[in-house]
Design a protein. Structure first.
Length: 477
């Protein structure tokens, strides 16, 4: 069976070249480890993918047969609706030649994977990384196809500085030689492959340096965590301890209360600084109680302070990088978002700090966010944002707060006045009601008295009155 497939593969290559459907050099496709890639089937006018077979060159293996992915390649391989072959989570042995056939017609694709390797024995004091297009057969030189390899930092910033040297052996092979520093430990580097100005693939590599330390930049007020490393192989009775310089933070000695508030060790032995401040800048080391060192870190802190003018419209922002011991020459502080009228001071180096100020004459002309960033060899390491909007709105909110308090006081006073007034009215009504009821009671008593003591005869009363009036007249006469 294998011999038949090999014969088919040879016939495919000969037929493609002879018929002119495929040049003698197979078209290249580029990808990176772990990526997803789609290989197009170049056979024209396919009526149904059920007639399509995909074959790859290693051991002349059928990946797709009669439109179905064969067992060993499920589920990483898929046949798409246009008969293209999709490969997930690329591995090294996927980088080889692929053929798509349907009936008597065929097409081919040469898949290469961009890869970085480190030379194990470079020149003294250097690190050497090689970036190249690799295949299952190893590196094969490629002719000029408008390809180019460039090197960048971990955040895709082009490398700059005298300690980087490049050597290009071909369009698809490049060497990066680095003058080694202790802080290159656990640092990420990238290479990018471009074709005709378009990035086609990129690969990354993290270097390790013996006795090196990892450089960390943290923003004041936030938290930062340092992993201790692999502690799974610790012996019986061995303990992990953390130190800052010559001071023990966590481990054999019991930390004091202030250290407990500032630092925390997790279950995986990582050290966490709960709220970073400039005093935390320094070198940290995780080690075993026997004295064997594990990971080392160098912490730098970034902070922003502000100072307003008397009117509150003008403001000066000061960005301060506090370094562990000494700030490197390749550290840089920059401000963004200040507007066209803002001005930056020159970079000031004093003791173990870098300082750059930003004067903003009109906050209304600045953007909502003013950002101070620290770069190392051009690579962004940390940023702190100062919110201009919040500070502009503070007086407004203060006025609103005072106004709201005044309104609440007025409402409370009005409510109290209304309550007292209503109480007075109610008391007055109760008093009137009491008086009215007294009159009624007195009227009832009078009626009862009259019933018990009937009135005298009116005529008799009238005669008496007349007699009295006559007597009065007699006295006057």
């Amino acid at each position: 069976m294998a011999s038949l497939l090999m014969l088919r593969l040879c016939l495919l290559s000969v037929t493609l070249t002879a018929t002119g459907l495929q040049p003698s050099v197979h078209p290249l496709m580029f990808a990176s480890f772990g990526d997803r890639v789609i290989l197009p089937c170049g056979v024209p006018a396919i009526t149904s993918c059920s007639s399509v077979n995909w074959i790859r060159s290693q051991n002349v293996t059928e990946v797709v047969k009669s439109g179905q992915v064969t067992g060993p390649f499920v589920p990483r391989f898929d046949l798409l609706h246009d008969c293209s072959l999709q490969i997930h989570h690329l591995k090294h042995n996927d980088a080889q030649l692929y053929f798509c056939e349907s009936g008597a017609l065929s097409s081919s694709v040469d898949l290469r994977i961009l890869q970085i390797t480190e030379k194990l024995a470079p020149e003294a004091g250097t690190l050497q990384l090689d970036c190249f297009l690799n295949s299952i057969q190893g590196y094969n030189a490629c002719k000029d196809r408008g390809m180019n390899i460039t090197w960048t930092t971990g955040d895709y910033t082009p490398l700059k500085g005298d300690r980087f040297t490049y050597k290009h052996h071909s369009e698809c092979f490049s060497k990066l030689i680095i003058s080694k520093k202790l802080t290159d430990h656990h640092r990420k580097w990238r290479c990018q492959l471009s074709q005709n100005g378009t990035v086609k693939a990129n690969a990354s590599y993290t270097t390790t340096v013996k006795d090196g330390l990892e450089e960390v930049f943290a923003v004041v007020g936030e938290s930062v965590s340092f992993p201790c490393g692999d502690t799974s192989s610790l012996g019986v009775g061995s303990r992990v301890k953390w130190g800052m310089g010559s001071q023990t933070l966590m481990g054999d000695m019991s930390p004091d209360e202030e250290q407990t508030k500032a630092f925390h060790v997790t279950t995986d032995s990582s050290l966490t600084i709960i709220k970073v401040s400039p005093v935390h800048a320094g070198e940290y080391q995780c080690s075993v109680s026997t004295g064997h060192p594990l990971n080392k870190f160098r912490l730098h802190t970034l902070d922003v302070t502000s100072e307003s003018s008397s009117g509150g419209e003008n403001i000066t922002l000061t960005c301060v990088l506090t370094c562990s011991t000494e700030c490197e020459e390749d550290f840089e502080l920059t401000w963004t978002g200040g507007g066209s009228k803002s001005t930056q001071s020159s970079l000031i180096r004093t003791n173990n700090t870098l300082i750059r100020s930003l004067f903003v004459p009109s906050l209304s002309m600045a953007s909502n966010e003013l950002v101070c960033s620290v770069h190392r060899e051009g690579e962004l390491m940390a940023s702190k944002i100062w919110q201009a909007t919040n500070n502009l709105q503070t007086p407004v909110w203060l006025v609103l707060s005072l106004g709201l308090s005044l309104v609440l006081v007025c409402i409370s006073a009005a409510g109290l006045y209304t309550y007292i007034k209503r109480k007075q009215n109610k008391d007055a009504e109760n008093e009137l009601t009491s008086i009215g009821m007294t009159h009624v009671y007195e009227g009832i008593e009078e009626d009862s008295y009259e019933e018990q003591h009937p009135r005298r005869n009116p005529r008799k009363e009238a005669a008496t009155t007349t007699d009295s009036f006559y007597d009065l007249l007699q006295a006057v006469n």
